[in-house]
Design a protein around this ligand. Structure first.
Ligand code: ADP
Ligand code: MG
Length: 253
């Protein structure tokens, strides 16, 4: 049977940029992502927060298109990119990806790394690369190679590379956990500023409550494959849904 075409809706200002409904995935008969629904608006940061092993990365990987759900739908700007019987490949979803391991191409220069996902004419690509390197404070670093940069600088190159093709949705999996404590707050704030300027919808995975409190417009609290609470950081912190949620937040200083 031919694959049905994606369901296209006219673009609407008020619809969430990313909409996930009923996403479920089991490994060896054990559900690790269990009926997860969430949405993220343009220019908004939603943090998927929960302890190690609760299914955060698997959720993110399904939204990215590198892992297939058993059931559920994923829409980006109203267009279905995934539903039973249909799964667009990652490159057709307009998603940017950032992981803890920045995975820059070691043999390419900084400028070539940032240009990697760009198509179009040379001058336009060079302009976009130059603009982004300036915005992550790495103007003049274009000809260097990743091994010549510090961890924080590599992280900023990875951010520039992920944003270069202007993805509609940015998916970030613990992107700051490899960084030195000393640098982390500054890099988090600078990253947030740039993401807000670009107007990207951001889904940020973290197991650290203080990171979610610092970065999120909305927190989706996850446990055992399920989202147990969603809301503004202040509300979740002050009115946790149960004792386990309260305990999870209790070590914030
Ligand atoms: P988190 O990112 O919240 O730490 P993950 O999504 O990485 O959690 O993993 C959730 C659970 O699913 C874990 O128990 C993990 O071992 C399991 N899991 C993840 N990927 C696979 C896989 N490809 N095969 C089998 N089990 C997996
Ligand atoms: Mg993970």
């Amino acid at each position: 049977m031919p694959t049905p075409p994606p369901d296209r809706h006219p673009s609407r200002q008020d619809q969430p940029r990313l909409q996930v409904a009923g996403l479920t995935r089991a490994f060896g008969g054990r559900p690790v992502v269990d009926d997860v629904s969430l949405s993220v608006a343009a220019g908004q940061v939603t943090c998927l927060l929960g302890p190690s092993g609760c299914g955060k990365s698997t959720t993110l990987r399904m939204i990215a298109g590198v892992e297939q759900p058993d059931t559920g739908t994923i829409r980006i700007d109203g267009t279905e990119v995934c539903r039973p019987g249909l799964s667009l490949p990652p490159e057709a979803r307009s998603v940017g990806l950032m992981f803890q391991d920045f995975a820059l191409f070691p043999h390419l220069s900084v400028a070539q790394n940032v240009a990697f996902g760009l198509s179009g004419d040379k001058a336009a690509k060079a302009a976009r690369v130059g603009e982004l390197l300036e915005r992550v404070n790495l103007a003049g670093y274009g000809d260097k190679h990743p091994h010549q940069l510090s961890g924080g600088e590599q992280q900023r190159v990875a951010l520039a590379r992920a944003l270069a093709p202007r993805p509609r949705v940015m998916l970030m999996d613990e992107p700051f956990s490899g960084l030195d404590n000393r640098l982390r707050d500054g890099i988090r704030d600078a990253t947030l500023d740039l993401l807000k300027e670009e107007g990207t919808a951001v889904l940020l995975v973290t197991h650290e409550p203080d990171e979610a409190m610092r970065m999120a417009d909305e927190i989706a609290l996850m446990r055992g494959g399920r989202i147990v609470q969603r809301g503004a950081p202040y509300n979740i912190y002050n009115a946790p849904v149960d004792k386990a949620a309260a305990a999870f937040f209790s070590d914030i200083n």
